[in-house]
Design a protein around this ligand. Structure first.
Ligand code: HEC
Ligand code: HEC
Length: 800
């Protein structure tokens, strides 16, 4: 892949295309289509290979890669054509699955052909890291006499690479003036020592770590203000050059590294994770080792030496681990808070119970008035004595055309309907009571999912729901309850409400804490059993905690096994960990990895373009005590890095676009770390401190290709879409920055030059000065407008 504009592929997500096919498309085809579209070729169509899908059935090609709207298969699963609805029975596929197919076809309908699984002995990435013969990166790349980039290009490239910010005019002037042979080396060291270095590089890691400031909740926002402790810890780790093996171990098992309490925040890696079944195994194996162990969840890995048992052996480690909050306060403070919180919850429950009983009694009264409500709602009976609100709801309900039960129409007898409703309410209570008993006797969650729970017949359930559930015709919500209460009931309700208010006032702000994990208590730890074909109801043999067999296995026996797991991941004998990390670092410096699939070093991934270079770097990395800064230094000082990169123009990423805007305008707050805040024109902090949401990603971030924080991301893709230009023309963030920059240069003698030096670190040409003049005088343009044009230029947005 080339940098910048050339990289316009619309990958649906950061999952490599082949993984996308294997995770999303093939299982669906297998489950829903293969029964009729492989050997039996119904409609003439064989869906078992890309070639046969392209060849199509009796109506011609089933898909047109890149053109979902012209693809018959998509029409068929969307049920667009009444004569071709696939699958023919059992209902339409879920919308999300259909969307996956659309994305897949849009992206060229990549198909990975099943190859025979390769044994560990053959997979390149599992071979030991070879001791280098070469003495330098340049020797390997034969880069010794490549032409060097000019100094201005070089310092811009270096500043952005290491800090995500442009050089200041003063830094550029000093660098250009420094004719000493180590001028460049000094710039590298200065920037590596900048606190902004840690911000820039932690953000790269946070993509892999799927960091976000909230919990994924489809119904409501669920912020996690303490998530920042993990994010800030990662920044500090980079700034302090924490050895990478320690960094890795801390992520997996900091709680077991008793002599290093400073590492504890690293557990946020899991503590903040989305709660998908396979997330932890996935992020651990892909993130640290570029190994797609999650592919072995339903079947043995089809391409890499990873049996299903390996997946469950690791899953078992996390299964014996639970979420845990580590308080950052004195025990007394924690205890006090917990006690008051419990007290509040108990009082809230008292209030809620009382309200439920009262609302239930009201619903019961209304139920006994059902016949009168129905006739009044039909306009056939008197409304006197009936509750006005409920009558209104009744009228609306009667007018509804989409009721999901069959009990109510124009001819329904009102008295009969009242009887039915009374009986249904009784029946529902009876079912609930019985279920309650069943649930009460189920010893744990696994038994629960198999427990035989009762339910109402479908129509009755909908009838019951329409009257008694949320927003039901007879439901009185807590806020609407008080006017119905009188006398003793009213007084008691006020008393209970006041108790809640008092407890709320007495509850202090919660103490800060770290999101993390901890081992479950020994009695709750279990050996995991294989889920046959990924089905938790269908259990196979036991899979006790063991490290990946392809990497030599080894039992994980202490506690959940996490510390041993951590040590095996971060061991020098494990060739994947160092290779994967040096490749990630190379990728960020050069715009593409030596392995172009940074989180897949298996057979479905790409092979290294230069295996000698990859191993040289991995070896040096380990030799240098896993120092990331030393690795940067070696890469940055190479001729290869300093050379002209003719075809590697790179667009700034989301963070660098916004940070540079504010930086140049002089309004960027340089504070490192702290609370996340929404990204608005009022926020002057670096973009990495903008709230990242799993539920609703900030539109500016997603416009500039920020990855989906619900899963580990291997690399950013760069799209170039017109909306990005529109953002630069219309966003209040950009407008504000232009105003601020205009103010910043207001008193300069030569404002155009000042703007060029801030934005591009160079003087304007005579022609550019003339253009500026024309715009500002003849065309009556304002300064902020002029600056906005400069901001939106390729020279500002792209690096060479
Ligand atoms: C129960 C059997 C069955 C299943 C399952 C099934 N199909 Fe079909 N499919 C058929 C039959 C039969 C036809 C031919 C229909 C016709 O010609 O009217 C057909 C036709 C098609 C066609 C049109 C072929 C052509 O060239 O005319 C497409 C596309 C298609 N199916 C896709 C799918 C997909 C995708 C799935 C899975 C989501 C699927 N089918 C599942 C039975 C099935
Ligand atoms: C949620 C379960 C699930 C996951 C996760 C999964 N698969 Fe599959 N896969 C299936 C099912 C079901 C089939 C069809 C039946 C079979 O071959 O076992 C299948 C079939 C395949 C096949 C076809 C095999 C053949 O013999 O024709 C390949 C290849 C494959 N999967 C690869 C992968 C890869 C690679 C991954 C990870 C990126 C993956 N699968 C993840 C469920 C899954």
């Amino acid at each position: 892949m080339k940098r910048g504009l050339l990289l316009c592929v619309a990958l649906p997500s950061i999952v490599a295309a082949s993984d996308f096919f294997e995770m999303k498309i093939r299982p669906t085809l297998a489950k829903n289509c293969f029964a009729c579209h492989t050997n039996s070729k119904m409609g003439g169509l064989d869906l078992s290979s890309r070639a046969s899908v392209l060849a199509g059935g009796k109506s011609g090609p089933a898909i047109k890669p890149g053109a979902p709207s012209e693809s018959l298969l998509l029409k068929a699963i969307r049920h667009d054509d009444p004569h071709l609805k696939m699958p023919p029975s059992g209902g339409k596929l879920p919308d999300t699955v259909i969307a996956d197919f659309e994305t897949w076809i849009q992206d060229g309908a990549k198909w990975s052909d099943a190859k025979a699984p390769v044994t560990a002995a053959k997979l390149w990435s599992l071979q030991p890291v070879a001791a280098p013969k070469a003495k330098s990166i340049d020797e390997i790349l034969k880069a010794g006499n490549q032409p060097k980039a000019d100094k201005r290009t070089l310092l811009r490239r270096l500043s952005y690479d290491l800090t995500g910010l442009p050089p200041t005019p003063a830094e550029m002037d000093a660098f250009l003036a420094d004719k000493s042979p180590d001028a460049y080396t000094k710039a590298v060291d200065r920037l590596l020592a900048s606190p902004h270095y840690g911000e820039r590089w932690s953000r790269h890691w946070l993509d892999v770590a799927r960091y976000s400031d909230d919990k994924l909740d489809s119904e409501r926002d669920a912020p996690r203000p303490n998530a920042k402790f993990y994010r800030d810890w990662v920044t500090k780790a980079f700034n302090d050059d924490l050895p990478y093996d320690t960094f890795v171990k801390a992520h997996v098992a900091a709680d077991a590294m008793k002599d290093r309490p400073d590492l504890l925040p690293a557990l946020g890696f899991y503590g903040l994770s989305p709660e998908f079944q396979d997330d932890r195994v996935d992020v651990t194996t892909r993130g640290f080792m570029g190994f797609t162990v999650a592919c072995a969840q339903c079947h043995d890995h089809k391409f890499d030496p990873i049996p299903t048992k390996d997946f469950y052996a690791l899953q078992g480690v996390f299964n014996n681990t639970e979420l845990h909050e580590y308080p950052l306060a004195e025990k007394a403070v924690v205890d006090e808070y917990d006690r008051k919180k419990k007290d509040l919850e108990a009082r809230e429950k008292d209030l809620k119970d009382f309200e439920n009983v009262q609302a239930g009694a009201l619903a019961n009264i209304f139920t006994h008035q059902t016949a009168r409500f129905l006739e009044a709602a039909r306009g056939k009976g008197p409304a006197d004595g009936l509750d006005k609100d409920v009558l209104e709801r009744w009228k609306k309900y009667l007018a509804r055309t989409n009721r999901e039960h069959k009990y109510l129409d124009d001819s329904t007898n009102a008295e009969e309907f009242q009887k039915l409703l009374l009986a249904t309410d009784v029946e529902k209570k009876d079912v609930d009571d019985k279920n309650h008993i069943t649930l009460g006797s189920a010893p744990n969650r696994e038994d629960l999912s198999q427990a035989n729970l009762l339910s109402l017949p479908r129509d009755k359930f909908f009838l019951w729901r329409d009257f008694y559930h949320n927003n039901g015709v007879y439901t009185i919500v807590a806020a609407k309850l008080p006017p119905y209460l009188t006398g003793e009931f009213k007084a008691h309700h006020e008393y209970l409400s006041k108790r809640v208010d008092d407890a709320k006032k007495a509850l202090p702000k919660q103490y800060p804490f770290l999101y993390g994990i901890a081992d479950k208590a020994e009695k709750d730890r279990k050996v995991m059993k294989i889920h046959i074909r990924g089905n938790p109801q269908n259990l196979g043999e036991e899979a006790p905690p063991v490290f990946l067999t392809a990497l030599g296995g080894g039992k994980l026996t202490t506690g959940s096994g996490r510390l041993e797991l951590a040590e095996k991941i971060a061991s020098r004998d494990n060739p994947l960990t160092a290779r994967v990390m040096v490749n990630r670092i190379w990728l960020e410096h050069f715009g593409e990895g030596i392995v172009k699939t940074p989180s897949n070093f298996g057979n479905l991934g790409e092979r290294p373009s230069n295996p000698e270079l990859l191993d040289y770097l991995a070896w040096r990395f380990m030799e240098n005590g896993w120092s990331i800064k030393k690795l940067h230094r070696e890469i940055l000082l190479s001729q290869a890095y300093q050379a002209v990169h003719p075809d590697q123009r790179r667009r700034l990423d989301a963070e660098a676009v916004r940070d540079s805007l504010l930086f140049v305008a002089g309004t960027l707050d340089p504070k490192v770390g702290g609370d996340a805040e929404p990204i608005t024109e009022k926020n002057h902090r670096r973009t990495m401190y903008g709230s990242v949401s799993r539920r609703r990603l900030d539109p500016m971030l997603s416009l500039f290709d920020f990855p989906n924080p619900n899963q580990t991301s291997e690399q950013r893709i760069t799209t170039d879409v017109p909306l990005q230009r529109l953002f630069l023309l219309n966003s209040p963030i950009v407008m504000q920055a232009c105003e601020d920059l205009a103010k910043r240069i207001e008193n300069e003698k030569d404002r155009v030059t000042a703007a060029y030096k801030l934005l591009f670190q160079r003087e304007p040409t005579a022609k550019e000065k003339q253009l500026a003049n024309t715009f500002l005088t003849s065309a009556n343009g304002t300064w902020p407008e002029y600056l906005q044009v400069l901001y939106s230029s390729d020279e500002f947005l792209y690096l060479n």
